[in-house]
Design a protein around this ligand. Sequence first.
Ligand SMILES: *Cc1c(COP(=O)(O)O)cnc(C)c1O
Ligand SMILES: [Zn+2]
Length: 465
Amino acid sequence: MKVATHQLRCTECGARIAGSAVNSIFRCPDCNGLYDVIYPWSSLPNGDTPASDSKLPNASALRWLWQERRTSTMSIDQSGVWRFRDLLPIVDDLEHVVTLREGNTPLYDLPRASKALGLDWILAKHQGMNPTGSFKDTGMTAALSVARERGFEWVACASTGNTSAAMAAYAARAALRSIVFIPEGKIAWGKLSQSMDYGALTVQLRTDFDGCVRVLTELVSRFPIYLLNSVNPYRLEGQKTPAFELLEQLEWQVPEHIVVPGGNLANGSALAKGFSEMHHLGLISRVPKVSIIQAEGANPLYRSLQENNGEELIPVKANTRATAIRIGNPASWRKALRALRTTGGWCEQVSEQEIALAKAEIGSEGIGCEPASAVTLAGLKKLVAQGKVGREERVVLILTGHTLKDSNYTIDYHRGELFTEEENAQISGSDQILHAALRKPPIVLEPDTDIVFRELESQMKLVHA
Ligand SMILES: *Cc1c(COP(=O)(O)O)cnc(C)c1O
Ligand SMILES: [Zn+2]
C-alpha cells in the first residue's frame, strides 16, 4: 500500500525538499538549519498547508481506527508508534517497518508527590517501559525503518547511552550493522551493556558527547552510513506519538502541563509537534504547556534564555550525574525554544541534590526512573513554588528512562555515597529530613535469629512511632 507523501521543511529558512533528497547530516545546505517532517495536511507557520487541496484526516475516524488497531494481531498495529501511522506516513512500504512493539507505555498517578506539592494530580507517562528501557525506541523504530527503506546497510549514532541501546536493538532486528560512539567512562553501564548485547560496534572516544557528535558528522559525510542522532527528523516523528497515546489514555481530556527533561533538546519539541498536530486536526481543543527541565551542570538552554532571551545558544562544558542529559551543545535547541514559545511552557534548571531527591521520591511510589527522568519532578517543584503551576492544573511528567539503566546511581544514593561532603552540606535542613526518610541502604547482619529479630523490631518500631 502506498501511503501519503511527506516532505522535509527547514525550520530556519523554510526551504522544502523531498525526504529522499536530504544530505547525510540532515542539515539545510543553505542555512544549516534542522528539518521538520511535513505532510500535505500539516499547518505551516504562515498558516498555509503544503498541499492546499489536501483534506485533513478526519479526527473521529482516526480515533476510532487507532482504538480498533489495539485488538489487532499485526505487529505494526501492536506497536504504540505505528498504530498512529496515519499521522506519520514516512515509509512508502510498511513492509520496511522495524518494530519491537514499542510505545504502549503506562500512565501512572503519583499520589504522594501530588500531595507533597499541593496539586490535585500529577501523572507520570513512563517511557522507560519501552523495549530497551527508554523513549528512544519510539524514535528509533521510525528512523530505522526509513534507513532500511532507503537501502542503507550501516547506521550510526553518538550517544550518552540510550540512543545507542535503542539503535543497536532495532538495527539488529533489521539485520543492519550499527556503530555507536559514546563518551569514554561517562555513560551508565546498563546502557553500554545493551549495545554490546545487541551486537553494535561500540567505539568509546576519549571526549564528551559533543566531541562524539563532531567525529560522527565527519564520518557520515564520507561513508554511506545513516545518521540516527536526533537531528534526524524521522526520529521525532516516532517521538511525537506518545503525545497521541497520552491523550487516548486521558480520554482526550487535555492536561494543562507536560514536563520533560532536556538534553539534546529534541524530545520536548517532538511531543510539542504531536500536540500541535492533534490540535490542527481537531483531535484536541488546545495544546498543553510543554516545559523543559535541564540539570544545572548541563543547562545551555536555560542559560541562553536567562542571558540573551534565547537569541543565541551559550554552549557549556556539561557535567551532571544524570548522564542522559549530559550535553553542553544541544543540536535541537532552536526546536526546543519553538516548543516552549508555541505551547507557553517554561525552562528550568535543577541541582544534583534536587535530582537525587526527586528520583528517590518517584522510586518510593513504586515507579522508579533513571536520574535524567527525575529532573521532571524536581523542575515541577520549582514551577509550583514560582506560582507557574496552580493546584487544579493537571501535570504529566514524562519519565524518559527505566530505573535499571543506572542502578549504580541508585545504590550510591541509598548508601549515602552519591555526593561529596561539600554537596551534602548544600542540602537544606528540610531536604535532609526527606533524604533520611527515603534512603534505604541494606542492613548487614550476622545470620543469627535473635540479632535479626532485634534489628527488625527496632526498625519496625521506628516506622510505627
Ligand atoms: C535522551 C534522553 C533524554 C534527553 O532527550 P533529548 O531529546 O536529548 O532532550 C532524557 N532522558 C533520557 C533517559 C534520555 O535517554
Ligand atoms: Zn534552511
